[in-house]
Design a protein around this ligand. Structure first.
Ligand code: SF4
Length: 195
């Protein structure tokens, strides 16, 4: 019996407008977008393996490839088996067409934020744009969550407290650790996309 695919992750593009210190994306020499065929075939495989599944769109930075997002959304709609669609973003490239896609398809948006502007700026850059992106999502009534990487525990705790205190519309939201992945530092081979 074949295993059921309940959680499908599609990295729609290698490209990103940021170059985070821990991410290999900025080092990649060949920056490719996932083809429409690969997107459709992957979704077909998931949909024929299980009665329902979650689709998670990631990158690189998915909002750089709105046509790939549309291809994925259309393909899952045809299956009738997709429970939910999530998308991860650094929130610095949220064009009107991306907002429309988020709203039209009720995508579950996850924004990567590392904490206070100085920490985020150090690790990712464009901190002001990310905070502006969060505010724009809030103003547009788009449901989103904040995901963050905990690099150094004391700093992580302070960063967490800062986010809850300073970003007023996040203060009342529940928090949870969904993904805990210890990582090695000082080894270039350990670089990974940390969205
Ligand atoms: S971690 Fe995410 S936002 Fe940062 S460079 Fe990598 S893909 Fe871009």
């Amino acid at each position: 019996m074949n295993p059921q695919i309940r959680y499908l992750i599609l990295a729609l593009t290698d490209r990103c407008n940021l170059k985070c210190s821990t991410c290999y994306r900025g080092d990649s020499l060949s920056l490719e977008d996932m083809s429409g065929d690969t997107i459709r075939q992957s979704i077909h495989i998931a949909a024929t393996s299980a009665p329902s599944f979650h689709l998670q769109l990631t990158g690189g930075e998915p909002p750089l490839v709105p046509s790939a997002i549309e291809t994925a959304v259309k393909a899952v709609q045809k299956t009738g088996r997709c429970q939910s669609i999530g998308i991860q973003t650094n929130a610095t490239w949220l064009t009107p067409s991306i907002f429309s896609l988020f709203q039209a398809h009720q995508l579950k948006v996850g924004v990567s934020l590392d904490g206070p502007p100085e920490i985020h700026e150090q690790q990712r850059g464009m901190a002001a744009e990310t905070l502006r992106g969060l505010q724009r999502l809030e103003n547009a009534g788009i449901s989103f969550g904040v995901t963050r990487n905990l690099f150094v525990m004391p700093a992580a705790l302070r960063a967490w407290q800062w986010i809850r205190k300073e970003i007023y519309f996040l203060a009342a939201r529940p928090w949870e650790i969904r993904h805990f992945q210890p990582a090695m530092f000082g080894n270039p081979d350990s670089k990974r996309c940390s969205c």
